[in-house]
Design a protein around this ligand. Structure first.
Ligand code: ZN
Length: 270
């Protein structure tokens, strides 16, 4: 599933080709995404100029003068830039044709992604109650400390709550809690301000490293036949149950909640 670093990498991959370009045509090959693609989306976008391609949480915001397309990659979505000579692939459901001869193709085999339209995207129901971006200055240990007072929920669930901070998916929660030395099951309301400062720093470091890693895949956004893969990352604990802890060498432990795996060191994380 594309996580925040992949979405940011996608944004960086398509933005330079889109910004300042006018949209010749928007083709919707299959409107049955997570929510139906609005019938009037082509009429709203065609002939208008893309002012910016931004990101909020895991949404890509394609901003025109007249409003904004809100795009989500869902569970399996990707976007890539191809020339107009390139035939569409299976699952290429939406295609943005630009006046520079390039196409932005949205591919989504499982169709949990979306293409929606909003005049005021920041006030859209999907975006309005989102917490701060993890790499924005508003996201601090102090914020985590304040929001967590009185909370009985486990710290791992707390930092994965989009109303607290966006973009901390399961892998990144595992990695950041390990770096900060905090046990994933510790109650959010029982963690000190100092430890939350370390955790906020660990979240920033983990996501920044992943975004940096994604930067190495950017060339794949133009003219690749396949879709840009979700990039491989160097992880400390996630997926490494039973392997030695990178700090103390004792075997890493795993807990499972539904489909979700938590890997941690019972010695280093308290
Ligand atoms: Zn350890």
């Amino acid at each position: 599933m594309p996580e925040l670093p992949e979405v940011e990498t996608t944004r960086r991959g398509i933005a330079p080709h889109c910004e300042g370009r006018s949209i010749r045509q928007l083709i919707i090959r299959n409107p049955s995404l997570r929510w139906p693609v609005p019938d009037d989306l082509p009429a709203r976008m065609e002939g208008h100029t893309i002012r910016a391609v931004d990101r909020r949480a895991k949404y890509i915001l394609i901003r025109l003068d007249t409003g904004t397309a809100i795009v989500h990659l869902g569970m399996s979505g990707s976007m890539r830039v191809v020339t107009d000579q390139s035939p569409p692939l299976k699952h290429d459901h939406v295609e943005l044709q630009l006046d520079n001869g390039l196409l932005i193709r949205f591919n989504d085999p499982r169709r949990f992604g979306c293409w929606l339209w909003s005049d005021h995207p920041e006030q859209h129901a999907l975006l309005e109650s989102l917490g701060p971006e993890p790499l924005a200055p508003e996201f601090t240990g102090g914020l985590l400390y304040r929001l967590s007072r009185g909370k009985q929920v486990a710290v791992k669930s707390f930092i994965m709550d989009n109303r607290v901070v966006v973009g901390v998916g399961n892998i990144y929660a595992n990695e950041a809690l390990f770096k900060a030395g905090i046990h994933p099951n510790r109650k959010a309301g029982r963690i000190s301000a100092d430890r939350y400062h370390r955790l906020a720093e660990a979240i920033r470091e983990t996501l920044s490293a992943a975004i940096l890693m994604g930067g190495t895949t950017l060339r794949d956004f133009v003219n690749s036949d396949g879709k840009p893969g979700y990039f491989a990352q160097s992880l400390l604990v996630y997926g490494k149950r039973g392997q030695p802890c990178p700090e103390c060498q004792r075997p890493l432990k795993e807990m499972r909640t539904g489909q979700r795996s938590t890997v941690y060191c019972g010695n280093c994380q308290r």
